[in-house]
Ligand binder design. Structure first.
Ligand SMILES: [Zn+2]
Length: 129
């Protein structure tokens, strides 16, 4: 139905995602950049793990919290190349970063929507499937 949300010009505006959803993703990721783990002193943004111009979606599985620094370094580059670079700059093992990114993406958003149905949707069995 309402799919007009992201026809609006690409880039720039952040209207492609709702504020609540953006916040939920930040919360899921602990409010830190998944790549360099920096404190978000420069502010946070969202990164498409698979770039949109390569067919990546706007689903939370494809989005991770990222600082502005990393986001602007990555631009539309490949994840692999970018991670290698960040690993070197921050003296991390690139495999750790990759693992963190994929673990992060699999995590569920904590829906902070009180009210609605009180159904405990915590079927906590999605850890290892
Ligand atoms: Zn970063």
């Amino acid at each position: 139905m309402a799919s007009s949300a992201w026809n609006s010009r690409k880039g720039r505006s952040s209207s492609w995602i709702r504020v609540e959803r953006r916040q939920a993703i930040y919360a899921r990721d602990g409010g830190r950049c998944v790549y360099c783990r920096c404190d978000p002193w420069r502010g946070l943004t969202l990164d498409h793990v698979k770039p949109r111009n390569k067919g990546g979606s706007n689903e939370s599985r494809n989005l991770v919290t990222c600082c502005y620094g990393c986001n602007s370094k990555r631009q539309h580059g490949s994840l692999r190349g970018f991670v290698l670079r960040i690993a070197e700059e921050t003296e991390q093992d690139w495999r750790d970063i990759m693992a963190r990114v994929s673990a992060t993406r699999r995590r569920k958003l904590c829906s902070s929507t009180p009210g609605k149905s009180q159904t405990q949707s915590s079927r906590a069995a999605d850890v290892s499937s």
